[in-house]
Design a protein around this ligand. Structure first.
Ligand SMILES: *[C@@H]1O[C@H](CO)[C@@H](O)[C@H](O)[C@H]1NC(C)=O
Ligand SMILES: *[C@@H]1O[C@H](CO)[C@@H](O)[C@H](O)[C@H]1NC(C)=O
Ligand SMILES: *[C@@H]1O[C@H](CO)[C@@H](O)[C@H](O)[C@H]1NC(C)=O
Ligand SMILES: *[C@@H]1O[C@H](CO)[C@@H](O)[C@H](O)[C@H]1NC(C)=O
Ligand SMILES: *[C@@H]1O[C@H](CO)[C@@H](O)[C@H](O)[C@H]1NC(C)=O
Ligand SMILES: *[C@@H]1O[C@H](CO)[C@@H](O)[C@H](O)[C@H]1NC(C)=O
Ligand SMILES: *[C@@H]1O[C@H](CO)[C@@H](O)[C@H](O)[C@H]1NC(C)=O
Length: 309
């Protein structure tokens, strides 16, 4: 009798956990847009691996850079033939989860280019359109302009708040202000993330949600961009986020859900305000901050415009 009760309780807990993981709608076909990488030209591949209508999947070589190895892959490009392939609708093996609307976690940072590690903390609250990520001992972004590139290798907080994107460098008492929206909890749906199987992260099984694309706007050659997310298998608990921060990734530990006090976001911004706009903004000659948002690559610094011309 007792063991039956225990079993039912465990079952209820399991069902509850499953209920808590809301998934992207299965009615929306997710396909790969132009410039997405790692597509599969087979008509028998799941739709999230196939290029969207009007595009074709061709092989592509990303040349080596100082922070990325050469990468031979495939890419979605505009189709030369106007003929549409009749697709067999093979659904992805798994649908991406919708993330929690507010959560926080401790982070560790790993730089795959040189093995350096860092640490910090992460807060997210969709109700304030807000994200804060603290990076120690060095900031992966290079937003300080006038002080020179080497001045950037200090701690920073990267914030998204009500449509703006701030980089706060407490030890330099400087805050940079750009316009960029925060994620929505359904960003894996919106970005058509591709399910690329499971892998083990620190002994936990993780679902791998792949969002990788090609861009060429630094004018320094093509760049392989990543925004890959790893969630605990069949859940929305984030374990790893891999963005193109010099080919590094952030691991999340001690994940907690629940509303975040607004001052977590506002106090950091207010402490070092007024924040500087990216230089050249609205005709000012304030050169404190780089002109462009989210600069990470030293080799393209201080690239002043998207084509470096
Ligand atoms: C492409 O999809 C087909 C059919 O699912 C599969 O057999 C093949 O291994 C896939 N190719 C790659 C490179 O993943
Ligand atoms: C990529 O393909 C090129 C030929 O197109 C080849 O020379 C090179 O060794 C390949 N690189 C890797 C990492 O597989
Ligand atoms: C990661 O390593 C590369 C190569 O040493 C370096 O250029 C880059 O600044 C490092 N990134 C961070 C965030 O420290
Ligand atoms: C996602 O896929 C849809 C087609 O279902 C496409 O129209 C849209 O552009 C894609 N979005 C992104 C961000 O790739
Ligand atoms: C996707 O998963 C396959 C099989 O695990 C792996 O070989 C491939 O490298 C993964 N793709 C990417 C872009 O990491
Ligand atoms: C990337 O940009 C450079 C210079 O702007 C151009 O010469 C090159 O063809 C572009 N590469 C691709 C693959 O579009
Ligand atoms: C950042 O800039 C926007 C307009 O571009 C402005 O509305 C906002 O008040 C600025 N924030 C701070 C903290 O200076």
């Amino acid at each position: 009798m007792k063991s039956t009760l225990v079993c039912i309780t465990i079952l209820c807990i399991l069902i509850k956990q499953n209920e808590a993981t809301e998934l992207c709608p299965s009615s929306q076909i997710r396909c790969m847009d132009e410039n997405r990488l790692n597509c599969n030209s087979s008509l028998l591949s799941p739709t999230d691996f196939q290029c969207c209508d009007g595009l074709q999947c061709v092989s592509a070589v990303m040349p080596r850079t100082d922070t990325q190895e050469q990468f031979n892959t495939t890419m979605c490009v505009p189709s030369s033939s106007k003929q549409y392939n009749t697709k067999i609708n093979i659904p992805p093996a798994k649908l991406p989860p919708i993330m929690a609307s507010s959560w926080s976690a401790a982070t560790t940072y790993y730089n795959m280019s040189n093995g350096d590690t860092g640490w910090g903390y992460f807060w997210y609250d969709a109700s304030h359109q807000a994200i804060r990520t603290d990076f120690y001992p060095t900031c992966p972004f290079l937003q300080l302009y006038e002080a020179g590139v080497d001045a950037n290798y200090i701690p920073c907080s990267v914030l998204f708040y009500e449509g703006q994107n701030y980089y706060v460098y407490p030890s330099a008492q400087t805050c940079c202000n750009y316009t960029f929206p925060a994620w929505q909890p359904n960003w894996l749906c919106q970005s058509n993330a591709t399910y690329n199987g499971t892998l083990s992260i620190d002994g936990q099984m993780a679902d791998f949600w792949m969002v990788e694309w090609f861009s060429n706007y630094t004018g320094e050659g093509s760049v392989h961009n990543l925004r890959n997310m790893y969630t605990r298998a069949d859940s929305h608990v984030p374990l790893r986020f891999r963005e193109d921060l010099d080919t590094g990734y952030l691991d999340f530990h001690d994940y907690v859900e629940g509303p975040i006090d607004q001052t977590i976001f506002t106090s950091t911004i207010d402490a070092y305000g007024p924040c500087h706009q990216g230089h050249g903004h609205a005709g000012t000659d304030d050169k404190t901050c780089t002109r462009y948002n989210s600069q990470t690559l030293r080799r393209s610094w201080p690239c002043d415009n998207p084509t470096c011309s």
